[in-house]
Design a binder for this molecule. Structure first.
Ligand code: NAP
Length: 245
């Protein structure tokens, strides 16, 4: 994909999808900034990347805190690729949702990407190029019960993708979303039965996806191979089953 000489910030790269994205971008030649809160896992990801000849460093920040998001942006400075992956999903009905969990999901899934784009996209514009990939979810466009505010926080991110794509299209910066279906990650590992039930009922393929399969799509959209693609939502969700099928 030719990422040599490019720097990529991947948020939430200490686990799951973000970790796979960081590894793949590094394999393709990018200098990767591995972000997360857990320094031990962060350094583990960096060591893995370096062991295979790649370049990476870890930066810690709690994206639930706007000051920390600002500090992350100030620390990384110029990046060519931004992958807004860090996220949290708390599947609860409206009656069960607390104000704290509402705020956490909006802060992490919507506000942190917003603030990072606000800070980092103008720097991309100044240098004439950049690619931003947001991680959404198929839940953002499906009506299901209990995905509530999680789905809404990601729907906002997908909507912002279109807005940012329009804002930056003529200035060399592309903005796209990858929208995963059920993926096997540390975040979903706790409830394998539910994950499998979702995969059975909501994917045409009837199987759970792997983080590497999402990383392939992110890498493509981040690369110059996607040079005429902006504002797109690329679903990586095993296909949608036919209604009544
Ligand atoms: P995961 O295994 O739970 O990993 C979450 C990552 O986000 C970790 O690296 C974690 O870092 C980071 N993170 C969590 N809270 C954070 C905070 N407050 N500040 C900074 N970083 C934080 O998640 P995943 O399943 O790979 O999901 C990744 C993204 O894909 C999310 O946006 C999720 O909504 C989306 N997605 C996942 C699925 C799925 O089935 N897995 C499906 C659709 C969409 P630390 O542990 O170091 O804090």
């Amino acid at each position: 994909m030719g990422f040599s000489g490019r720097t990529a910030l991947v948020t939430g790269a200490t686990a799951g999808i973000g970790r796979a994205v960081a590894a793949q971008l590094a394999r393709e030649g990018a200098d990767v900034i591995v972000h997360g809160r857990d320094a031990v896992r962060g350094e583990e990801v960096v060591a893995e990347i370096k062991a295979t000849g790649g370049s990476a460093r870890f930066v810690q920040a709690d994206l639930g805190n706007a000051e920390d998001v600002q500090r992350l942006a100030d620390t990384v400075g110029d990046v060519d690729i931004l992958v807004n992956n860090a996220g949290v999903y708390k599947f609860q009905s409206t009656a069960e949702m607390t104000a704290e969990l509402f705020d956490l999901q909006m802060d992490l899934n919507t506000k942190a990407p917003y603030l990072l784009v606000r800070e980092l996209a103008p720097r991309m514009v100044a240098r004439g190029h950049g690619s931003i990939v947001n991680i959404g979810t198929v839940a953002a466009t499906l009506t299901t019960t209990a995905t509530g505010i999680y789905a809404a926080s990601k729907a906002a991110l997908e909507h912002l993708t279109q807005i940012w794509a329009a804002e930056y299209a003529k200035q060399g910066v592309r903005v796209n979303t990858v929208s995963p279906g059920p993926i096997r990650t540390p975040g979903t590992a706790a409830d394998e039965a539910t994950l499998k039930a979702i995969a059975d009922g909501m994917t045409a393929m009837g199987r759970v996806g792997e983080p590497e399969e999402v990383a392939e799509a992110v890498t493509f959209l981040a690369s110059d191979s996607a040079s005429y693609i902006t504002g797109a939502v690329l679903e990586v969700g095993g296909g949608r089953p036919a209604i009544g099928g």
